[in-house]
Design a protein around this ligand. Structure first.
Ligand code: MF3
Ligand code: CO
Ligand code: CO
Length: 256
């Protein structure tokens, strides 16, 4: 029982800094601001709070976080692109503190977004939380995928297959892969002490993706809208803990 207590304590600290960074960014993620500016502000905030941005120089990635707009599924690279009214953007933060990682992302609505985008964002958030709420020892990885897939497909959306959640602790990405689709009662069993992310990417159209020539930016092949939320979680003796919950109670937009 106590063998993962120290690990959880460190996951809590890293997760808290990642979610606090997203809370803080809420004031910056507005029309007229470049994604590079968001990157800079987050980099400084994480550094000032005793952490480091894990994406920076990770496998050649040159920014501190990912900003994925509209039909970008994930791994969007901050740039001079200015956020405009109607954009839906995912900001994905991974903070390292004392060698442990906290990985979390949220969607932000820039000005007024379409009802279509709002509905996709809401369903994506709800799919993540439905999966989180079933977590406990004895459940299986397939149960996580089933919760997400059955929910979003009932609304006519598609689950991205090309990217998944992952184990995370004192390593950024480690086994097991956490698929966001699957069948009940299949796959590896959850056990106390496991720590991983759940980060469903849900598309308005088809699930197919492709990576742009920059080697990172993943987009929907059919250019349809995509949304994502991510939490880092741990399995306890009889339940779960979310390491990346907002201290301000921010869940999904609107944040206020
Ligand atoms: N934070 C992303 C994840 O959820 C990984 C980003 S890696 C990067 O796993 F290099 F693209 F930043
Ligand atoms: Co992740
Ligand atoms: Co992430």
């Amino acid at each position: 029982m106590s063998d993962y207590k120290e690990k959880f304590e460190k996951m809590r600290v890293a997760g808290k800094l990642a979610s606090k960074t997203l809370d803080m960014l809420t004031d910056y993620i507005k029309p007229g601001v470049s994604t590079d500016r968001i990157d800079k502000v987050a980099y400084e905030f994480i550094k000032d709070n005793g952490g480091y941005s894990a994406p920076l120089f990770y496998r050649g990635f040159e920014k501190s976080l990912c900003t994925s707009l509209n039909h970008v599924v994930c791994h969007g690279i901050p740039s001079e692109r200015i956020l405009e009214d109607g954009d839906a953007v995912n900001v994905d933060i991974t903070a390292v503190v004392d060698n442990y990682y906290g990985d979390t992302s949220r969607m932000y609505e820039i000005g007024n977004v379409s009802v279509k985008a709002k509905n996709l964002i809401e369903a994506t958030y709800d799919s993540l939380m439905r999966a989180v709420k079933i977590l406990k020892p004895g459940k299986k990885l397939g149960d996580i995928g089933y919760e997400i897939q059955s929910y979003v497909e009932s609304k006519g959306y598609a689950v991205v297959r090309d990217f998944c959640g992952h184990g995370i602790s004192n390593v950024f990405h480690e086994p097991p892969n956490i698929l966001h689709y699957g069948s009940k009662n299949t796959g590896k069993e959850l056990t106390p002490g496991m720590t991983f992310t759940i980060e469903p990417m849900i598309n308005y159209g088809k699930f197919d993706t492709k990576v742009l020539n920059d080697g990172w930016t993943a987009v929907t092949k059919d250019k349809s809208l995509s949304a994502q939320f991510e939490h880092t979680v741990g399995i306890t003796e009889d339940s779960y803990e979310i390491f990346t919950e907002s201290g301000k109670g921010y869940t999904r937009p609107p944040y206020n």
